[in-house]
Design a protein around this ligand. Sequence first.
Ligand code: FAD
Ligand code: SIN
Length: 507
Amino acid sequence: MYDWIVIGSGIAGLFSALEAARHGRVLVITKGALEESNTRYAQGGIAAAVAPCDSPRLHGRDTLAAGAGLCDAPAVRALTEEAAARIADLLAYRVPFDREGAALALGREGAHAVSRVLHAGGDATGFHIERALCVALRAAGVEARERTLATELLVEDGRVAGVATLDGRGVVERLPARQVVLASGGAGQLFSSTTNPAVATGDGLALAFRAGAALRDLEFVQFHPTALALAGAPPFLISEAVRGEGGVLRNRASEPFMERYDPRADLASRDVVARAIADELAAGRGPVLLDVTHLPATTVERRFPTILAFCRRYGLDMRSEPLPVAPAAHYLMGGVATDVWGATALPGLYACGEVACTGVHGANRLASNSLLEGIVFGWRSVRHALGLAGETPAPTIPSRRLYLSPRLPGRAGIPTRADVQRLLWEKVGLRREAGPLAEALRQLEAWQGALASPSTLAEHELANLLLVGRLMAAAALERRESRGAHFRSDFPAPDERWLCRLEFCQH
Ligand code: FAD
Ligand code: SIN
C-alpha cells in the first residue's frame, strides 16, 4: 500500500511527489520516460512577483484581467501570494535560473504589466526545471515506474483507493494507495497543430470523469499565436518571450499589423494575437513573420539558444531572417474541478498542474502562470492530504452542471488519432460556430460508440481523446458567447449571462 500514488512526472507530479515523500511512501507512475512531459519543453519561464517594483497584488491583477471574468479570486490569491516561496523551493532543488549579476533575471511576456518571468538557459526553462526535479526525485529514493500507463482510478466506497496500470510489456496491475495525485498534464494532442508532445492526450481528464469527478471550463483552449509554420517542420513553439524582447509580427507587406488590432500590439493577450494572425492569414496577407532581425545577434543567442538552434536545423537563421509563424493548440485552461487545495469532489483524489481546473486561469491563462500553478497547487494538495490545509473559501464564480448523453453503439468506423485531430482543429478550433460544433459533436459520438474496450496504450489514448474531445465540443457549443480563448463567430461578444463555469459530471 502506498501513501501516495502520483500520476505524471511533469513539474506538478515531481514537485508534489517530492513534497509527499517527506511524509510517506510515494510511487510516481508515468507513461513515457521520467523526463517526458509538457514541462520539459517550456520556454518562456515561470511568473512570480519577486522584483522590488512588483507585488502579488499586481501579478493577481494581470492574471484576473487575462482570465476575462472567470478566474476564481481566492485561487488567484493563493497562486500569486505563494509564488515567491515556491520559487525558493525550486532554487533549493537547484534549478539554475538565469541571473543578471546577483539578481534573478526577469523576462517580459504578453499581458504582464512588468517583467516578472524567471527563466533558465535563456529559453530552456522547462528542461532545466524538469532535470533538477528528476535529479532530486532520484536522490530522495522515490519509487518511479516509467512507461506505465494509468488506465483507471480505483474507487471503493466512494473514495479513490488506487490506480490500475498497464505497463510496456502489457502487464495490468491494480495498485492500492491512500491518496492519488493526478498530475497528468493537458490534451494538446486533440488538435492537428499543437506545441504539445505526444503524451498530452488528456488521459487524466478521462480517468477522473469516468471515476465520477467533475470537469469544468473545457471550452477554454489556449492557442499559442506563434508556432513555427514551416513545411516539413513540426509546429515548434516560438516563445512569447521573443516578442517580450522586442520581436515584431509582420504580414506579407512587412506591416507591423498588431497595432491595428490592439493598443498593446505584439504584447496583447494570446487570444487576441492568435486571432489577429489567423485573420491576416485568412485575408491573404500571409505569411505572418516574427521578426527579430533588428535585435543584436548577441541578445538572440543569449536569450533564445534553443529556438535559434531548432530553426537553424531547418535552414532558418532568426538573427538575419524573420520566422514564419501560425497559431497552434497549446494549453487547456479547463480540467478536473478542484478547490483551492487541489482537492477534487472525490475523496482521496487530488489534481494539480494542467490537468486541474483550480480556477486561476479563467477563460485565458496569463503567460508563464502554468508552471507556477503546478508547484503552488502541488504543494497545497500535499498539505491538504496531511490535514494541514487552511480555510477553503467558496468559489467566487457559479457553476452550471451539464451531463453527457450515454454513449450509443454506432456504425461509424474507428478513427485514427489524426482523424480526431483534424476534426477538432477544423470545427472546435480558434474560431467556433454552432453548425460545425454540432457536426463535430455528432462525429465524436459516433466514433466513440464504435470503440471496443481499449487494451493497448494507443487504444486507451484514443478512447481518452474521444471522450475529452466530446466534452470539449459540447461545452463549446453550450457557451453561446465569446470570452477569453473561446471565440464564437455567431456570438462574437462576451455576455454577462455566461459569467459562470460549465461543469460536466457523470452523476
Ligand atoms: P506535464 O508536464 O505535461 O506532465 C504530465 C505527465 O503526465 C507526463 O509525464 C506524462 O507522460 C504523464 N502522463 C499523462 N498521462 C498519463 C497516464 N495515463 N499515465 C501515466 N502518466 C501519464 N508554461 C509556463 O508557465 N511557462 C512556459 O514557458 C511554458 N512554455 C511552454 C512551452 C511548450 C512547448 C509547451 C507545450 C507548454 C508550455 N507551457 C509553459 C505550459 C506548461 O509547460 C505546462 O502547462 C506544464 O508544464 C504542465 O505541467 P504538468 O506537470 O501539469 O504536466
Ligand atoms: C512561451 O514561452 O511563449 C510559452 C509560455 C507559456 O505558455 O506560458
